[in-house]
Design a protein around this ligand. Structure first.
Ligand SMILES: [Zn+2]
Length: 305
């Protein structure tokens, strides 16, 4: 018997063995002897494949089969193991719940948003890794998966590390946003409402106009000063609108906007801050008019324009 390959893993040894047993079964049907042995070396479990034949086609088939199984093991367990390793070394200060969220974000960053993009990523990854594994076991009998990942798949390791860093950034931004929204909400709750009802006309470009219940444009002095203060700075319309509304702290807030804006970020933030004070209109003549009813530029809030 000759040894074709020996593969060492930290976990998943049994699955690897079962996979090789079943995939190499066809060689047995051709009358060859295939022996698969397991042993432990330190924290590694090693699975070795022995073959009774030195026929090139039989050896090539055994190596192809092993390369497939090894690549699957790397792809299926690898990114998770890598993510956990990086989290432990670089981001140990997050608690378990936070780490779970970051893990989810990392996978999304790596795999894309859908099951389809995930499948595509894994197939592509598998074929690249398989090629390198196959080349390696042509020349070497022993493959230690951890070492192979660290030294032979450096580009992939970097890719996972990048995805993780991006996931952490996203997580921190998200957390800041939530804290910010909570702060605004407590501010609004603590304020004595200055008006009972306010109507916001919001365009697709984010410009807006504020009106009272009688549909008079609101031009409060405090709002003017405050808008003036912001006009020259790099503030965006959403910030401007939210700040204005928080200053006014209306008891009731009705938003009129094109349909596409209703599910947008501005409305989402306002909803979180103003909660059940907020209504998004879909029934007045303007809102029923669809996208074109809200001409951009006609509802500029900037005083300078
Ligand atoms: Zn409306």
């Amino acid at each position: 018997m000759i040894e074709v390959v020996s593969v060492c893993v930290t976990e998943g040894q049994r699955e690897l063995r079962e996979r090789l047993e079943s995939d190499l079964g066809s060689l047995r049907k051709e009358g060859l002897s295939v022996d698969i042995q397991e042993k432990s070396v330190g924290n590694q479990g090693c699975v070795s494949v022995f073959l009774s034949s030195t026929r090139p086609e039989a050896l090539a088939f055994a190596r192809d089969t092993a390369a497939d199984a090894i690549s699957d093991t790397i792809v299926n367990r690898g990114s998770k193991t890598l993510i956990d390793r990086f989290l432990k070394t670089n981001y140990h200060y997050f608690d378990d719940d936070e780490l779970d969220i970051i893990r989810g974000y990392t996978e999304k960053a790596l795999f894309g948003p859908s099951d389809e993009s995930r499948a595509k990523y894994l197939v592509n990854q598998h074929s690249q890794i398989r090629k390198r594994v196959r080349e390696y076991i042509d020349k070497n009998k022993e493959l230690i998966i951890d070492g192979f990942i660290t030294f032979r798949l450096k580009d992939w390791v970097e890719e996972v590390e990048d995805a993780l860093d991006r996931a952490v950034d996203e997580f921190l931004l998200d957390r800041e946003y939530k804290e910010f929204v909570n702060l605004l909400r407590s501010f609004v709750d603590a304020q004595e409402p200055k008006v009972d009802e306010i109507h916001v006309f919001l365009t697709a470009t984010g410009t807006f106009k504020l009106m009272d219940s009688q549909k008079n444009v609101i031009n409060n002095e405090y709002l003017e000063d405050f808008v003036l203060e912001l006009v020259d700075s790099e503030v965006n319309h959403e910030d401007l609108l939210i700040s204005a509304l928080i200053t006014i702290a209306p008891r009731k807030l009705i938003i009129h906007c094109p349909p596409a804006v209703r599910s947008g970020h501005t409305i989402e933030t306002l909803r979180q801050v103003f909660d059940n004070r907020l209504t998004v209109c879909d029934s007045c003549a303007l809102c029923r008019g669809g996208e074109t009813a809200f001409g951009a530029g006609s509802t500029r809030a900037r005083k300078s324009e």
